[in-house]
Design a protein around this ligand. Sequence first.
Ligand code: ADP
Length: 166
Amino acid sequence: MRRAVCPGSFDPIHNGHLEVIARAAGLFDEVIVAVSTNYAKKYMFSLGDRLDMARETLASLKGIVVEPVGDGLLAEYCRQRGVSAIVKGLRSSSDFDYELPMATMNRQLSGVETVFLPAEAHYLHLSSTLIKEVAGLGGSVSDYVPRSVHKRLLAGGSAPDQPPRG
Ligand code: ADP
């Protein structure tokens, strides 16, 4: 069983993410979409809503599991879950510069490989941040997000997550 992980905050999930996840599903037996929360960061959507949006939009694809990932080491998560590859979409050389040291570190820590997939040309410019900005200013982002995400963007965000105690 070849298992891969697509990690990210997915705040919210958009078509660029979906395209890379679908391609990963064609390469691996199982793809875990690991939705992360960094409690030092501010998200528009709660973890529960980010998980719901990912699950709703990926429901029709086979071999995909959506689950939360703690804020610990991704390399350790991969070791515990028997993940052989981390799949990342690359939009630009700055994505590559950012990802390369992490990929090397993850391989040295746990032997997990990182597979880079070039982003689809139509979605090269997409980031969750830009989508939230444009939607917040009243621009149409319906070409870039699934319908259920679009609805939520129009409705505004959700209440922030509380960090776990202790
Ligand atoms: P971050 O990890 O910076 O919060 P995201 O959660 O939005 O970023 O994205 C998770 C991963 O999805 C990124 O690391 C990248 O590999 C991939 N990704 C993001 N945007 C795109 C895009 N437009 N096309 C392809 N892949 C993308």
